[in-house]
Design a protein around this ligand. Structure first.
Ligand SMILES: C=C(O[C@@H]1C=C(C(=O)O)C=C[C@H]1O)C(=O)O
Length: 113
């Protein structure tokens, strides 16, 4: 099996390092945008500020990505820190999206006709 860590090219200067990072950012940014779209979907489906932060789901994701990182030759502690920080940003965004949807007319739970 080809692990992600084995795909890293040996670099002799910072230009090569940064070319490698830029190429990966070209892949990562569209995926992160797509992931953010699911925060909008979550805001719509939950339709309740109190449900936006879900600690059990956060832990489930951490427990899933740590072994995935390990299997790819990565550092599971780094992956957990990245994911926890990223999910905090997405939770803020989900709150923002719920407020935007409300401003657009989404009625709070319990107020549906
Ligand atoms: C999208 C959700 O909302 C929040 C955002 C999460 C994420 O970024 O994956 C995880 C847990 C939630 O606190 C969810 O509950 O699944």
């Amino acid at each position: 099996m080809s692990r992600a860590i084995d795909k890293v090219k040996n670099c002799s200067n910072m230009q090569e390092v940064r070319a490698g990072v830029n190429a990966l950012d070209d892949i990562l940014v569209p995926l992160l945008v797509e992931r953010s779209g699911y925060m909008t979907q979550a805001a719509k489906v939950k339709n309740n500020e109190d449900l936006v932060r879900d600690e059990a789901r956060i832990q489930t994701i951490v427990d899933r990505v740590r072994p995935m990182a390990q299997a790819q030759g990565g550092n599971p502690d780094l992956m957990e820190r990245l994911y926890r920080a990223m999910m905090e940003c997405y939770i803020d965004y989900e709150h923002q999206e719920l407020a935007r949807l409300r401003a657009q007319g989404l009625k709070p739970q319990g107020e549906q006709p």
